[in-house]
Design a protein around this ligand. Structure first.
Ligand code: PMT
Length: 401
C-alpha cells in the first residue's frame, strides 16, 4: 500500500514513544522506506537501536553527527520525504514548529521539508487545554499541517482526560489518507456491512458468518479517497472506523430503515452486508423452554433492501450489490444484478478457501450491467475495495439513469 513511499518518522520525548515502534512496524510492513529522527528526550524512553533494527536504516539523533550528515544529511532527509510524521508530538515540538524554531535535527528537518506533515500529539490534559498550545495547533492546522488526536483516556501523568496519543493503527490510517489521491472528493457513498441478526427469543437469533471485513474495507478506502462515507453496519467485532458517519443496526428491518433514511442523500450505494433473507414470523417474549425433540420456527421473508433501492433510485445514483454464492456463481449473480436493477454486482464464490466470509482476502468477479466481467485474483479485501471503488467512480462519471 505504501510501496516505495519515503516516510520520515519524527519521535519526540513522551511515554507514548513505545507506541511509535508499532507505528514504524506498520509503515515498514506496508512497504514504506522509513527514516527515523529522534529527539534527545525520545531516546530516554526507547533506545534508537529498536527503531534502527525495525526500520533497517540508521536512526538520526544528532545534527552534528559527521558520518550521518555526510551520508544522508538533514536537508536530504527533508527533500526525500513523501510524508513527515511526528509521533508522539509533544507540546514542545508543536510549539517550536509553530514559531519556526529550528534548534535540533528534527526541527531543522521539519523547517526544510516541503512534504506534508502529520502530527500525533501526546501530552498532559492541562498542557493540551492550555490556550498557548491550542493557539499553536490552530495556527499549524491553518497552515495545512495535519493532526490526528489526541484522544481522551487515562494518561501516564495520572490524569484522566484528553492528551493520549492516537493508537498506531489509526495514525497509520491517517498517514495513508494524507498520501492518497482524493479522487472521490465530493462523492457521497453509503456502504452496508456485516450480518443481520433476526431474533427468535430474547437470547437466540438467526444470523450468518459475515465479519464485516469487506464492507469496512470499502468504507475505509472510500474515506481515504476523499468520499463522504456513511457505513451502516450489522453487529460485528471490528472497531468503528473514524471520520465517517457510522450507524449501527441489528436486524434486516433496522438496516432497511437506516438505508431508507439516507439513501437519497448518497451518490453511490454499495451493499456488502449479508442480510438475512428470512426472519422468525414472531419473536417469543420469553426464552423458549426446551421441550419437544423437534420444533418448528415459522420464517417470513425480510424486505429486499437492495431490490427496493433499485426500484426507487434517484437520478444518477450508482447501485452496487454483492452476491455470495456457493454454486453457479456467474449465472446466479447475473440474475441478482438484473432482478435488483444494479449497475454492478460483485460475485463472491464463498466456497473458495481464503475468500468470502470472515477471510482477510477475497476472490471476486465484477459483473457489470453492460455484460462485461472483470475477474480479479485473490487479493486483500482492502485491494478488492480499491477495485470496486475504481468501478464506482467510472460508473458515476457515466451514469445518466
Ligand atoms: O463480511 P465479511 O466476512 O467480510 O464477508 C464478506 C461477504 C461474503 C459478506 C461479502 O463479500 C458478500 O458477498 N456480501 C453479500 C452477501 C449476501 O447476502 O449476498 P446475497 O446474494 O444474499 O444478496 C445479494 C445482495 O442483496 C447483497 O448486496 C445484499 O446486501 C442484498 N440484500 C439481500 C437480502 C436482503 N433482504 N436485502 C438485501 O439488500
Amino acid at each position: 500500500m505504501l510501496n516505495g513511499k519515503k516516510i520520515v518518522l519524527g519521535v519526540t520525548g513522551g511515554i507514548a514513544v513505545y507506541k511509535a515502534v508499532e507505528l514504524l512496524r506498520l509503515f515498514v510492513k506496508s512497504g514504506a522506506e522509513v527514516h527515523v529522527i529522534m529527539t534527545e528526550a525520545a531516546t530516554k524512553f526507547v533506545a534508537p537501536l529498536t527503531f534502527q533494527t525495525l526500520s533497517g536504516n540508521p536512526v538520526h539523533t544528532d545534527m552534528f553527527n559527521l558520518i550521518s550528515e555526510q551520508e544522508i544529511g538533514h536537508i536530504s532527509l527533508a527533500d526525500k520525504a513523501d510524508l513527515f510524521v511526528i509521533a508522539p508530538a509533544t507540546a514542545n515540538i508543536i510549539g517550536k514548529i509553530a514559531v519556526g524554531i529550528a534548534d535540533d535535527l528534527l526541527t531543522t528537518t521539519v523547517m526544510a521539508t516541503k512534504a506534508p506533515l502529520l502530527l500525533a500529539p501526546a501530552m498532559n490534559v492541562n498542557m493540551y487545554d492550555n490556550p498557548i498550545y491550542q493557539e499553536n495547533e490552530a495556527k499549524l492546522r491553518k497552515l495545512g499541517y495535519y493532526f490526528t488526536g489526541p484522544v481522551s483516556g487515562y494518561l501516564a501523568c495520572g490524569w484522566d482526560g484528553k492528551g493520549k496519543m492516537m493508537e498506531p493503527a489509526e495514525i497509520f490510517e491517517e498517514a495513508v489518507g494524507v498520501l492518497t489521491d482524493k479522487d472521490m472528493a465530493g462523492i457521497k457513498v453509503l456502504i452496508t456491512a456485516g450480518p443481520t441478526l433476526e431474533a427468535i427469543d430474547p437470547v437466540r437469533f438467526i444470523s450468518n458468518h459475515s465479519s464485516g471485513k469487506m464492507g469496512y474495507a470499502l468504507a475505509k478506502v472510500a474515506k481515504r479517497r476523499g468520499a463522504k462515507v456513511t457505513l451502516i453496519s450489522g453487529p460485528v467485532s471490528l472497531p468503528e472506523p473514524s471520520g465517517i458517519n457510522f450507524i449501527s443496526v441489528k436486524s434486516a428491518k433496522d438496516m432497511e430503515e437506516a438505508v431508507t433514511a439516507c439513501c437519497n442523500n448518497n451518490d453511490v450505494i454499495i451493499k456488502a452486508a449479508a442480510v438475512a433473507d428470512y426472519r422468525p414470523a414472531s419473536i417469543s417474549e420469553n426464552k423458549m423452554k426446551k421441550g419437544e425433540d423437534k420444533i418448528k420456527i415459522d420464517l417470513v421473508k425480510t424486505p429486499d433492501i437492495l431490490a427496493n433501492l433499485g426500484k426507487n433510485r434517484k437520478l444518477g445514483q450508482v447501485l452496487i450489490g454483492f452476491a455470495a454464492e456457493t454454486t453457479d456463481l456467474i449465472n446466479n449473480a447475473r440474475k441478482k444484478l438484473e432482478k435488483k436493477s444494479l449497475d454492478l454486482i460483485v460475485a463472491n464464490d464463498v466456497t473458495l478457501p481464503e475468500s468470502g466470509f470472515n477471510s482477510d482476502k477475497n476472490i471476486v468477479k465484477l459483473l457489470f450491467k453492460d455484460g462485461t466481467v472483470e475477474e480479479l485474483p485473490s487479493m486483500a479485501k482492502e485491494q478488492v475495495a480499491y477495485k470496486v471503488l475504481d468501478a464506482a467512480i467510472k460508473l458515476k462519471a457515466h451514469s445518466t439513469l
